[in-house]
Design a binder for this molecule. Sequence first.
Ligand SMILES: O=c1ccn([C@@H]2O[C@H](COP(=O)(O)OP(=O)(O)O)[C@@H](O)[C@H]2O)c(=O)[nH]1
Ligand SMILES: O=C(O)[C@@H](COP(=O)(O)O)O[C@H]1O[C@H](CO)[C@@H](O)[C@H](O)[C@H]1O
Length: 339
Amino acid sequence: MDTTRIGLDPAAELTLSPRVRSWLRRRSSRADDWTAAQLAALKGDRTVSVVIPARDEEETVGQIVRTIRTALMEDDPLVDDVLVVDSRSRDDTARVAAEAGARVVAQDAVLRPLPGMHGKGEALWKGLAATSGDLVVFVDGDLYDFTADYIIGLLGPLLTDPGVDYVKGFYHRPLVNGSHTDADGGGRVTELVARPLLNMYWPDLAGFVQPLAGEYAGRREVLESIPFVTHYGVEVAHLIDLVRWRGLDALAQVDLGMRTHRHQSTQALGRMAGQIMLTVMDRLDRSGRLTAHQAPSTLLAQFRRGHALDGVERELVVSDLAVQERPPLRTVRQPGPRR
Ligand SMILES: O=c1ccn([C@@H]2O[C@H](COP(=O)(O)OP(=O)(O)O)[C@@H](O)[C@H]2O)c(=O)[nH]1
Ligand SMILES: O=C(O)[C@@H](COP(=O)(O)O)O[C@H]1O[C@H](CO)[C@@H](O)[C@H](O)[C@H]1O
């Protein structure tokens, strides 16, 4: 595409906007900028909850919980509560997490009079409801190389700068496929879907290295004031909603080094991508920037090896990608942390 067609001087160096470059300088940090002892001393009477959404994570959740308990509850009292939200697991996630020392709640047991919704965003919203920490840290339960530095890094800006409301982690994301590792092949939905869409419609968010990172933290009063999209739309919706409500400067990011996790299949990521696209289109529609004359279908037809179908040597798999949305938690119950 000819850059002049979109108003760019062909000779100009293509770079981030001055606002984003300034934000990068001021709002990026590293996990080793702080120590657990320093932050534990700075914490004062503020409390910290860690929420781990976990669906079928029996292989990894125990080590994550033990690491947090040992380093950040016993050695240095930085964390006050570790909650694993058992998200309809079909394995021993709940037992493994409890034996490792976590509090465990079943996703559908929280705020029970409400009918249950589905997916990761629901697990996170229920985890927020089932904890009381003034600061809340979200960590995926499928991480292979989790260290306490993830939590320390995410809490650093929140405990040292009252102007920061929400902190995203970033890291190198290898794609590990059996014996083969692509050093930067992870974050496939980030690179193929989320990053292009955010750059197109919310260029102020272009400085986030990992906009879909599953490790992030925020102030409770802020987290309880934003909606949680269900399934995998939750992360992209948080950034869009927060930058609009609190402004870019209330957001920060921290370098957590490296992240390896259990990878989903390409077709599973196709469903995730669809949920993220539906979430983005919803936000564009709400802001009047992309009014759909016809609502997008939420059905996704995928094909895999298997039974022949109508002359095609493939098995048809149709999924409904529809996402829902939990309202801000404070609209559902009394605001603020419950001691
Ligand atoms: O319905 C769900 C789907 C996912 N998860 C958890 O959310 C985290 C991230 O999900 P996943 O690993 O599937 O996403 P990916 O990291 O592959 O993008 C993991 O701890 C999952 O166990 C969950 O609690 N409920
Ligand atoms: O970043 C991504 O593209 C996806 C998939 O990562 P991989 O390609 O499996 O490394 O993973 C993230 O996206 C999800 C949706 O926001 C988050 O919920 C996950 O925590 C995060 O791992």
